[in-house]
Design a protein around this ligand. Structure first.
Ligand SMILES: [Zn+2]
Length: 160
């Protein structure tokens, strides 16, 4: 047993996020070195709707220097999920997508992800099973799952 065994209670976190506590725009997280001169600013949300009701959103930031986009998933009513310090990373050959499961309902029906143009992706389902999904041109091709590109839907609400 080490002294780092934390007692139950507050989860340990490195972030100082206050998202959801006010109506202000989300604060720009610590700068991620996407290029030599990062200038990352909040761009817009993409809302996720079910039956015309917004159940969550994806916040999109963009670097004005290299134009790389960064996304963060938010489920309404739940504190910011990611405990990642700084910006979530994305590789040059990946695009941000929302992956939709036709087998789930409500907040479990969607998830932010990153896809390469082609190949397979390991996808964790809402019941924590890892399955392989096929990608064709940055899109999930599967009987029970689909996807859309986040950056194609900036400032809009997408019905899933
Ligand atoms: Zn940049």
């Amino acid at each position: 047993m080490s002294e780092s065994d934390a007692p139950s209670g507050k989860p340990q976190s490195y972030t100082r996020k206050t998202l959801g506590e006010s109506d202000e725009k989300p604060k720009t997280p610590e700068i991620y070195k996407c290029c030599d001169n990062p200038q990352i600013t909040y761009l817009a949300p993409v809302n996720i709707n079910i039956d015309e009701r917004t159940i969550g959103s994806v916040d999109v930031w963009r670097c004005a220097s290299c134009m790389k986009a960064f996304c963060e998933e938010k489920t309404l009513g739940i504190d910011s999920i990611s405990d990642i310090v700084g910006m979530p990373r994305i590789e040059d050959d990946e695009k941000w997508v929302v992956i939709i499961s036709k087998l789930q309902k409500g907040k479990d029906k969607w998830k932010l992800g990153k896809l390469k143009q082609n190949g397979m992706i390991k996808f964790e389902t809402a019941d924590e099973k890892i399955i392989d999904l096929k990608i064709n041109d940055y899109k999930i091709v599967d009987d029970f799952h689909s996807s859309f590109l986040v950056l194609d839907h900036i400032h809009t609400a997408v019905e899933i």
